[in-house]
Design a protein around this ligand. Structure first.
Ligand code: ZN
Length: 353
């Protein structure tokens, strides 16, 4: 159970007053910033019998006591990790389609159900097996359906002593406000880019800074993309976007071939790529800056200068709408042609409105 280098300041801040650790915490931050690893390290620390013994950093779990060993073998009687079940059949209410990082395979991830929370009752109210702390980690917290959220809220109203709830969320805005207000919110910002890039480079990942920018500064997401070869796919999409002017049908055909060949790069990823590209065109046109595509600046500039700000904005908003249905378009060829048409139109002569 370890934390990432870029989380050390946050860890120190939180552990400075361990005796008054809040009983409900919400780890809130962007996807891919390592919140779950942090939550698990915190759980280990709260459960550890001799924290700090023999470790360079005196505030981490020891990794050697019986508590740490149980935790490492997923057998700790005083620890619960609540997550959605994976299923590949029809989704339940609140279910969400996700791609597994390792394989890019699509699975339907169900919600965290109320019976999963109710099953915690004995754990929470009957007392510790080992007369120490008990910890529940819920991840991702926004997967709780309404009944589950209400059920956990009841426990959080009067948490028994020694019980800690750690909720983990990338979309904490989606949590019911009463639940958010019961928790101390621990905010995970974007890690400092040089330390995140260094961490990626240390894993043998090529072009870490470039990849990190595309992943919006989230190192774990960047690492996942590197594993999927996503930078290559990304570059291919951009080659098409910046290539010789073509008609939408030809553009769509190239994208279609790419999506077909790459398991981890589907229509949603493709639209996201185009959207980020158009975002940078807008930013370059209006503010002279780019957010994601620093390495492609020389390619962005001629496109931005010939397009109108209004046309680009329209395209950006169109893409937001398109992205919402990219998971299941009725006809993927038409879908790609529509995306290409809107993009090419935004680059042509300024239009009214
Ligand atoms: Zn320990």
């Amino acid at each position: 159970m370890n934390i990432y280098d870029w989380q050390v300041p946050l860890w120190r801040q939180l552990l400075a007053d361990v005796k008054n650790m809040p009983h409900a915490m919400l780890m809130a931050g962007p996807q891919g910033s390592g919140k779950l690893a942090f939550a698990q390290a915190l759980a280990a620390r709260l459960l550890c019998e001799q924290p700090g013994q023999g470790m360079a950093d005196d505030r981490m779990a020891c990794g050697k006591c019986s508590s740490c060993i149980w935790l490492a073998s997923d057998n700790h009687p005083d620890f619960r990790l609540i997550q959605p079940d994976d299923g590949d059949e029809a989704s339940e209410e609140g279910g969400e389609e996700v791609r597994t990082p390792a394989t890019g395979r699509k699975v339907v991830r169900g919600p965290i159900r109320v019976d999963q929370i109710r099953a915690l009752a004995d754990f929470v109210y009957l007392g510790s097996h080992r007369h120490g702390n008990r910890v529940v980690v819920v991840s991702p917290a926004e997967s709780m359906n309404l009944a589950a959220a209400n059920s956990i809220l009841k426990v959080l109203e009067e948490p028994p002593s020694g019980v800690y709830f750690i909720l983990v969320s990338s979309s904490w805005q989606r949590l019911v406000p009463t639940l958010r207000s019961r928790c101390r919110v621990v905010t995970f910002g974007r890690p400092e880019s040089s330390s995140a890039a260094q961490w990626l480079a240390g894993k043998g990942i090529a072009k870490p800074a470039e990849l990190l920018r595309l992943a919006g500064g989230a190192p774990l997401l960047a690492a996942e993309w590197a594993e999927q070869g996503r930078l290559e796919s990304y570059n291919e999409v951009i080659e098409v976007l910046t290539g010789k002017p073509v008609d939408p049908v030809a553009m769509a055909a190239k994208w279609g071939a790419l999506v077909k060949a790459e398991h981890a790069f589907g229509l949603p990823q493709l639209v996201e790529t185009v959207q980020k590209w158009v975002f940078d065109l807008v930013l370059l046109k209006t503010a002279g800056a780019v957010r994601y595509h620093d390495a492609w600046r020389s390619r962005l500039e001629p496109l931005a200068s010939r397009a109108s700000a209004a046309g680009l904005m329209t395209c950006y908003h169109d893409l937001l709408r398109i992205r919402a249905v990219a998971q299941h378009p009725l006809n993927s060829q038409l879908f790609l042609e529509d995306t290409a048409t809107r993009y090419l139109r935004s680059l042509s002569a300024p239009r009214a409105g």
